[in-house]
Write a protein that binds this ligand. Sequence first.
Ligand code: NDP
Length: 398
Amino acid sequence: MAKVLIIGAGGVGTVVAHKCAQNPDVFNEIVIASRTKSKCDAVAAAIGKANVTTDSVDADSVPELVALFRRHNPDIVINVALPYQDLTIMDACLECGVNYLDTANYEPLDEAKYQYSWQWAYKERFEQAGLTAILGCGFDPGVSGVFTAYAAKHHFSAMEHLDIVDCNAGNHGKAFATNFNPEINIREITQRGKYYQDGEWIETDPLSVHRALTYPNIGPRESYLMYHEELESLVKNYPTITRARFWMTFGQEYLTHLRVIQNIGMASIVPINYNGVEIVPIQFLKAVLPNPKELGENYTGETSIGCRISGKGKDGKPMTYYIYNNCSHHEAYLETGMQAVSYTTGVPAMTGAMMFLKGLWKRPGVWNVEEFDPDPFLAEVARQGLPWHEVVNGDIEF
Ligand code: NDP
């Protein structure tokens, strides 16, 4: 029996809150706190349970977070606000003795730079405080790392090539919308591509490397090589990997809009002065784009995210392995009111917190998900709405 504090009431926060409320044997008290309390109230009202309460916080402020933690005294905080808030929330956790979980690595507001160094630097302090911090526990990062850990534990003696493949074959009927926070999403997609090969990181022009990949139950979709944060921890934790890449699908319509947005300067994170007011173009753009939270109702199709791995099997012979989940936007919407991108992020975040509270993923320090036992997590995440499938020695197209 434990108390969980969810920070952030966007698409992902909404799913996390629903899923925690579905598991009252583990999460018997749930607090949702965010900058805009009315959004938390709306989520709590939709859930309609007495053990769900709300509060407000500016998570950029450590003193505000400390006051929030002291008011509620949670066992763990699930950070599903934005990556900018990771360090302030971790600081407050240390000050108040609260365990931590997030779904995206820290990024400074003024620089789209994805690396774990800032958060890994907290390892000793969490260790000394006897607190657990679980980093990157959404789908990717998150389940992608747990899938890799599962492959290493059960199938491979040495993994060599890892390709994480992320397909959204859904249709929300809008000309252009992002599936999670537009600012974070566009920052991520417009950065230079990067992959790991023989001990080095190789950079590519944004979205310049692409190929068709075939996804289960979906078919071929053009997939673009991007940098994604879990590659950093996975190549560190699995040193036999000689090549690690991340691929994501985009439709032509989406890419055309994105190109225009970039060409006219709307993706910029550099503040400009407009009529005496300082605005950041990408933040202004976010304000006029559809809210990812509201995409669910007419969203059809499904997502398919997984890991395609090759290397040497436990018997030393070459093998390939594909482990993946497909998730329907409509079914996610019927259960939580949110589309599959929020759902596939929120369910693993809740599951990771559950693993911690059950003592299965409890270890003082700062950890990426692949550093814990994948078995109980994958059994639970399947029960909670994200079943997964394996293909051994099939054609992984790489
Ligand atoms: P949204 O923009 O929909 O929601 C973000 C929430 O955080 C909002 O409620 C927002 O409040 C709140 N927030 C923002 N800044 C602050 C602050 N300073 N203090 C308190 N609350 C704040 O985002 P999503 O739900 O789509 O995404 C949430 C997180 O999930 C992001 O970090 C994203 O990177 C991550 N993610 C991870 C994925 C994975 O697979 N690992 C996939 C998809 C997303 P307000 O409404 O007032 O702005």
